[in-house]
Design a protein around this ligand. Structure first.
Ligand code: ZN
Ligand code: ZN
Length: 203
């Protein structure tokens, strides 16, 4: 899956270069890309590091003015696992969305982000939007759309009564701390990518 992501990322870079946006240009900083470790309902994210201290503005947050940096030297793009099940075109759409966040003044969905998205949509025939449309993207990919995306990382089964439930995260020492709410049995934990209903249970 990482290989596929790498391949699609390189295609995106080449397509952007073909319309004069050279992502490998030093000015954009250093970008790396990987599959997100944690499953979540969003498509992906871009974590910024090492702000260029010369580029900033102030934003009002409640009663304070907060300094917000506009340009970064290091960018870590993460794409969520469920996105990788969709059409290449939609995966690339997601990759380019996150690449735009690496550009100066684009660590948000503001005016400059939108103007890049517009140019890229027009010239390269993408559909980069602020949020994306999951239902539509699943339909286009011929993948069954589920309201509950497979976003759970842990499946927990009671060894004694067989009760099953799912969690995104687990506390440290979960196995030692908790017993089944129904029968006080011990649990087995399976790591993976799960959908399914989160059954609330007193554990
Ligand atoms: Zn975004
Ligand atoms: Zn039990």
């Amino acid at each position: 899956m990482e290989e596929k992501l790498e391949k699609l990322y390189n295609e995106c870079i080449n397509e952007l270069a073909s319309i004069g946006i050279n992502v490998l240009n030093e000015d954009f900083g250093n970008i790396d890309i990987k599959i997100a470790k944690r499953n979540s309902s969003r498509y992906g994210c871009c974590k910024q590091e090492e702000p260029d201290k010369n580029f900033y503005h102030f934003e009002k947050r409640k009663y304070r003015n907060v300094k917000v940096y506009d340009k970064f030297k290091i960018h870590h793009i993460e794409i969520c696992r469920w996105v990788m099940e969709l059409n290449d075109n939609i995966i690339k759409n997601t990759i380019i969305h996150e690449i735009i966040h690496c550009f100066p003044y684009c660590n948000n969905h503001g005016k400059i982000f939108k103007s890049y998205a517009k140019i890229i949509n027009e010239k390269l025939n993408y559909n980069i939007t602020r949020l994306g449309n999951k239902k539509e993207d699943f339909e286009k990919s011929n993948v069954e759309y589920k309201e509950n995306l497979p976003i759970y990382n842990y499946k927990i089964i009671c060894k004694n009564c067989g009760q099953v439930f799912y969690r995104k995260r687990l506390q440290k020492n979960f196995l030692r701390k908790y017993r089944c709410g129904k029968c006080s049995g011990k649990f087995d934990i399976f790591r993976g990518v799960y959908d399914g209903k989160k059954v609330s249970s007193k554990t």
